[in-house]
Ligand binder design. Structure first.
Ligand code: ADP
Ligand code: MG
Length: 655
């Protein structure tokens, strides 16, 4: 059964569902509400000004409507059992013709000076007893109600629901069936329903994750590593020719990697360190050691921009050492040529994106695999690349330091090298929180930097204007900044909906200082390195996790100039103060963890391993631990090969 077979889903809604990462009926039924609304008629007697109000009644006047720009405001009178209310609602103009005098209407909103400012409107009266309603994340083109209907339809269709909790553990914990749990999570009658259903679903998520991790760990153990001969002198020669001296932590990491590579044990190492701490050069040295011992190396980056940047740097560094480097991304024109070069061992190092794990890529003798920003990739993608060679050594890089206790659980017995000190000459980035009323100050600070000949990143959460959100979008922001600063400098716009070519063009202009202010969504988040950029301005900063903000901030402060980070936010300023106080990524990730749990510790919610749907690795750490132990035990019940099928099945639709 495919998504289009779900009753109600047509080609158009299929496309929109895909945007929500829903590709199969199973994805759909496992698309959980992110919160619930309890619908119960408000008791007007106990209501004060400013309170939330839920009320129903009869429409007493035809709505009047007022348009401004792309938005609208509608007013009407609602007669309830005891009152007559003036109701105002924004951006529901499209409902005007359906609102007839005498219609039964329910509204949810806020009571303001005796009037109702509604946030939502429903046709029909409220149920007599309180009702719990699931609220789903949506995108434009689909409503939560539609998603709910599709899911409801699916329950009545002939369809096999995936279930990854072995019977043994379902019994051990007295879990509901998967089907029942899904029914309750989408259509709960009581809060208790949600509670017991989510326990079951959380455990399943944790089990799946831990099972895969442990499976990979065990299958890696069975292989011993490559035997290598390396001329250590040559490695030193290379290091001595670098334009800078390695920091102590970099040296330590290089030594550990050298030992791993030259020993018979297969390397499985995580290199973690703050943004800008200089992980890349360590990776490059690892690639060189691998090259000296006669093997090909691959470096996989999560984005096109980052892959390009790595390629340019690495090619330049290796030019005088006779190492042949090549780039492969989705955008590469002569892919077949690249495949040939790889197969015939005519190239030593390949840098690229996911394209590196395409089925068509065959390596002659892959000896080392490095994934940058490893949390961005699913477990599966990593293991795919790993399996491309016979038994290549593996190095993962992560710019998001993970607190030790969690790292141990999540990464098992992976070896860890940490780079804790940033290279000399770096200054702390001066971080300030500003609210939207202080925007003039922000513009003045920006102008100062521009006058000094420096460059600025400006980041906002949304791409375009949206009915559903008041958050800042980069398109409008770009227009406004153009008006304010366009006379003194050039601005550029960058976001995820642009084509790769457009993105590269604008990124290159920024690198060459042909554009001084880059207005962008978080697509620039990882790894980008423009030394002349000294200011990062983040709008609606409260929208992001601390670790994500810290990563964004790390785009600046990449030389010895004073650098600034301005967090524009009208909310959650207390949380943001942590960033004002410290630039230490390990500390920040610890705080982030305490405050928000998993969601953001690994950066902005991305499709990496840790993008759990319902599990929160902080609050549900016990579940994760139990799942870890259970999955270890479970993997001992049969020979490892017998689990390969289940792991394959789990991978479907995930990576
Ligand atoms: P990361 O990948 O850890 O975020 P990078 O490897 O991109 O950081 O390094 C950030 C910048 O610091 C790069 O421009 C790099 O050339 C420079 N760098 C790295 N190591 C050193 C060092 N030991 N001394 C001076 N500069 C360094
Ligand atoms: Mg990096």
């Amino acid at each position: 059964m495919v998504l289009k077979d779900v009753k109600g889903v047509g080609p158009k809604s299929e496309k929109v569902l895909n945007k929500l990462e829903i590709f199969t009926p199973d994805d759909l039924i496992n698309y959980y509400p992110y919160r619930y609304e309890i619908i119960a008629r408000s008791d007007l007697k106990s209501l004060k000004d400013g309170d939330k109000i839920v009320i129903d009644g009869v429409l007493e006047s035809l709505p009047t409507i007022f348009f401004f720009g792309r938005k609208d405001r509608m007013n009407f009178k609602l007669r309830t059992a005891s009152n007559l209310f003036n109701v105002t609602i924004f951006n529901r103009g499209f409902l005007k013709n359906k609102l007839k005098i005498g219609s039964n209407i329910s509204v949810i909103g806020k009571l303001e000076r005796g009037q109702i400012i509604a946030s939502d409107l429903k046709f029909g009266l409220l149920p007599d007893r309180p009702k719990i309603e699931a609220v789903y994340h949506t995108v434009s083109g689909i409503t939560g109600k539609q998603i709910e209907n599709f899911i409801n339809n699916l329950f009545f269709q002939d369809f096999k629901i995936s279930d990854y909790v072995p019977e043994l553990y379902a019994q051990k914990y007295g879990f509901l069936s998967k089907r029942k749990a899904l029914e309750l999570i989408h259509f709960p009658q009581t809060l208790k329903d949600i509670n017991i259903a989510s326990k079951r679903l959380k455990y399943e998520e944790a089990f799946k994750f831990m099972f895969k991790m442990n499976y990979l760990k065990l299958s890696a153990k069975k292989n011993d590593g490559l035997k290598r001969n390396v001329n250590k002198e040559k490695v030193f020669e290379f290091i001595n020719k670098l334009p800078f001296k390695l920091t102590i932590d970099q040296e330590k990491a290089v030594e550990a990697i050298y030992d791993d590579l030259t020993s018979e044990k297969r390397m499985n190492r995580l290199l973690q360190g703050d943004v800008g701490s200089g992980k890349t050069i360590v990776a490059i040295i690892a690639l060189y050691i691998n090259y000296l011992s006669g093997y090909q190396g691959a470096l996989m980056a999560p984005t096109e921009i980052l892959a390009n940047q790595h390629f340019i740097n690495i090619e330049a560094l290796f030019k005088d050492f006779g190492v042949k480097v090549i780039l492969l991304t989705g955008n590469t024109k002569s892919k077949t040529k690249v495949y040939k070069l790889l197969e015939n061992n005519e190239v030593d190092i390949i840098i690229g994106t996911h394209a590196l794990i395409s089925e068509k890529v065959n390596y002659a003798n892959l000896g080392l695999v490095i994934t940058d920003e490893q949390h961005r990739f699913g477990v599966n993608q990593r293991s795919n690349l790993k399996n491309k060679g016979k038994k290549p050594d593996i190095l993962y890089m992560s710019a998001t330091p993970i607190p030790r206790t969690y790292a141990l659980t999540l990464y098992g017995d992976m070896d860890v090298s940490s780079i804790k000190t940033v290279p000399n000459g770096r200054k702390e980035i001066i971080t300030k929180i500003k609210n939207t009323k202080e925007i003039k100050d922000v513009l003045t600070m920006m102008l100062d930097e521009i006058k000094k000949g420096h460059q600025i990143y400006v980041v906002a959460p949304l791409i375009e204007e949206s009915d559903r959100s008041d958050l800042t979008n980069v398109e409008t922001l770009y227009e406004n900044l153009e008006k304010a600063l366009g006379k003194v400098c050039k601005l550029g716009l960058l976001h995820g909906k642009m084509s790769v070519k457009e993105k590269d063009e604008i990124m290159n202009k920024f690198k060459e200082n042909k554009v001084q202010i880059l207005v962008s969504t978080t697509v620039i988040e990882v790894g980008v390195d423009v030394k002349n950029a000294t200011m990062m301005v983040i709008f609606d900063a409260f929208q992001f996790g601390l670790s994500a903000l810290h990563q964004l901030r790390g785009r600046v402060g990449r030389n010895d100039l004073d650098s600034y980070c301005i967090l524009v936010s009208d909310h959650e300023t207390e949380r943001l103060r942590i960033l004002e106080k410290t630039c230490d990524g390990f500390k920040i990730s610890e705080e982030d963890f305490k405050l928000r749990g998993s969601g953001d510790i690994f950066g902005v919610r991305q499709s990496g391993d840790m993008a759990f749907k319902i599990l929160n690795i902080k609050n549900d750490f016990d579940i994760l631990k139990a799942a870890k132990e259970d999955s270890e035990e479970y993997l001992k019940t049969k020979k490892l090969e017998n689990f390969a099928n289940i792991v394959d099945e789990m991978q479907e639709g995930i990576s």
